[in-house]
Design a binder for this molecule. Structure first.
Ligand SMILES: C[S@@+](CC[C@H](N)C(=O)[O-])C[C@H]1O[C@@H](n2cnc3c(N)ncnc32)[C@H](O)[C@@H]1O
Length: 257
C-alpha cells in the first residue's frame, strides 16, 4: 500500500477513536440497532450469520493479515460465521496456489474452521454439511468448556501452525473466563482471540431480557479481568477506533508473545 495513504488512514482511525461525537452517535446507534435485532438480518454465502457487517469486515482483515491454518469458533448457531471464515480460508488457499504458481488448489483443504456448539440443531447441521465449503468445517457438539471437548480441540490445534480463535457462545462472565483459559493458549503469537458480545456491558439491562448475562456479567467483564493476569494478550485498539459499530468493543485481543 502507498505509504502516505497508509499514514493518512492511520491518522483518520486515531482521530475517529478520539472523537467523542462519533463515540456518542455510535453508542446510540448500537443501542437502537440491538433493540431492533439488527444482527439477525444478514447471511454469508447463504447461511444466516449473527454478526454486524463491520465485524464481518474486520474478520476479513484479520484473516488476511494473520493467514491462519485453523480458525476455532465457539458458538455455531446457523453456521454463517463458520462459512464466513471457511470462505476466507478458501481464498487464502487460492492465493497460496497463485503465489506458488500452481494452477489448482489442493483437493483436500489444508486450512480449516473447527466449530463448537452445545446444541447443533439438526437443520443447521444438515445445511452446513450440505454447503459447498463443508469439507473445511469440522464440528464438535458439546459445551465449549467441557474438559474432554477442549482436549479434542487442542489435539486438532496441535496439527496446525497458525491458529485464530473466535468466542461467541454463552456470554456470561464465568463461561467466557473458562473459554479464555481453555482456548486463548491455542492462539499463535501475532494472531488473535476475538471475544464477541462484549458490547453487553454498554447496554441497558432491559436489552438482555431472559438472558443469564447483562451489564456487570458479560464477555467484557471477563476480558478485562482475564487480561490482568495475561500480559501475553492485549486489546488491539485499532478495532475499537475504526469499527465504532461493533459487538466486540475491547474484544479483539492480540497475542503479543
Ligand atoms: C450468538 S450464537 C452464535 C452465532 C454465530 N457465531 C454467528 O455468528 O452466526 C450462540 C451459540 O452459542 C451456543 N452455546 C451456548 N452455550 C454454549 C456452550 N456452553 N458451549 C458451546 N456453545 C454454546 C448456542 O447453542 C448458540 O448456537
Amino acid at each position: 500500500m502507498n505509504q502516505s495513504f497508509e499514514t493518512e488512514v492511520e491518522q483518520i482511525i486515531a482521530a475517529n477513536g478520539a472523537s467523542t461525537d462519533l463515540a456518542r452517535a455510535s453508542r446510540t446507534w448500537m443501542e437502537e440497532s440491538i433493540r431492533a435485532r439488527y444482527s439477525y438480518c444478514f447471511r454469508w454465502l447463504g447461511r444466516p450469520v449473527i454478526q454486524y457487517p463491520q465485524d464481518i469486515t474486520a474478520m476479513q482483515e484479520l484473516i488476511w493479515d494473520v493467514r491462519p491454518h485453523l480458525v476455532i469458533e465457539t458458538g455455531i448457531a446457523h453456521g454463517g460465521s463458520l462459512v464466513l471464515s471457511a470462505s476466507l480460508l478458501a481464498l487464502l488457499e487460492l492465493c497460496d496456489a497463485s503465489e506458488a504458481r500452481r494452477s489448482v488448489v489442493p483437493l483436500r483443504p489444508e486450512r480449516l474452521v473447527l466449530g463448537v456448539d452445545i446444541d447443533i440443531r439438526p437443520h443447521n447441521r444438515a445445511a452446513i454439511e450440505a454447503h459447498p465449503l463443508a469439507s473445511r468445517i469440522p464440528m464438535i457438539q458439546g459445551s465449549s468448556v467441557d474438559p474432554e471437548l477442549v482436549k479434542q480441540v487442542r489435539k486438532v490445534a496441535e496439527e496446525h501452525s497458525r491458529v485464530l480463535v473466535l468466542l461467541d457462545s454463552n456470554h456470561t462472565h464465568d463461561h467466557v473466563l473458562g473459554e479464555l483459559d481453555a482456548y486463548a493458549p491455542l492462539v499463535s503469537p501475532g494472531s488473535y482471540c476475538v471475544v464477541f458480545d462484549t458490547v453487553v456491558e454498554n447496554l441497558p439491562s432491559e436489552l438482555c431480557p431472559d438472558r443469564p448475562w447483562g451489564p456487570g456479567n458479560n464477555p467484557m467483564t471477563a476480558v478485562h479481568s482475564w487480561l490482568e493476569s495475561h500480559p501475553e494478550f492485549q486489546i488491539d485498539p485499532q478495532f475499537n477506533d475504526k469499527l465504532q459499530l461493533t459487538v466486540a468493543p475491547d474484544g479483539y485481543l492480540r497475542r503479543v508473545r
